[in-house]
Ligand binder design. Sequence first.
Ligand SMILES: [Zn+2]
Length: 259
Amino acid sequence: MAEEGDIWEELSEIPPDPPKMRDKCSQCRRPSGVCWCPGLPKQPLNPASRIIILQHPAEVKRCLRTAPMLTLSLGNEKCLTYIGKKFPSVTKHNGLAEILNDPNTILLYPSPDAVPLNEVNAVGIHNQKPYNLVLLDGTWPQAKAMYTASPTLKKMRSCKLVDVPTSEYVIRTQPAEGCLSTLETGAFALSIVENNPSIRDEMLGPLKHLCKFQLDNGAVTHQSKEFLVKQKSYPKLIGKRLAKQLKTIPDTQKLEKDC
Ligand SMILES: [Zn+2]
């Protein structure tokens, strides 16, 4: 019996994850060397409004995504994610139809009749209730396809972000000036409707942390042989596209100044 007890004790000590997973951050699931969690707010933020992410299925598999930064920087109830190509699905998207039909819900999408978000009442002004801010998460062609395939989205009140800086972070190839990552869109939009710029500053922390890590590793200024060799190892960690994009950031000072 004693022996059997020992065996069970030994078995119980085997870590649930296979050994190769041990060097991944348990929170962001990225290799510990490129984990951006230190940039997260100390406590998840708890704004009155919430973010609703409508995510393209292909986005889930992408190597570097900013939606997890958004999710982790907000309290559980303040960021909901629904995955699909068409919204809402009666069978898969529990509760989403009610949210999309709520008069306090805004779709952040540059449709032809989208109004600038800073023209809507901030929460609390004229008894404005907290908003549901809906974001489409995917590449631009994917977001367009999701919008086109979803009559409910087309009927919604839509807003666009204006007068926000062009993405400083160049996390993915942006098709036009003014395009922002999912995290930036959520952070700017929340800070506008809550009339609280500190929300934006805190939420952008993980992205700043990630960019600083890349810059510190010579991604920008050292176009030397050594840098190029390093670059070859980057795709495993951050993807070829980001590695390429990081070369185009002009200088570190600009980033720091504008952060
Ligand atoms: Zn992490």
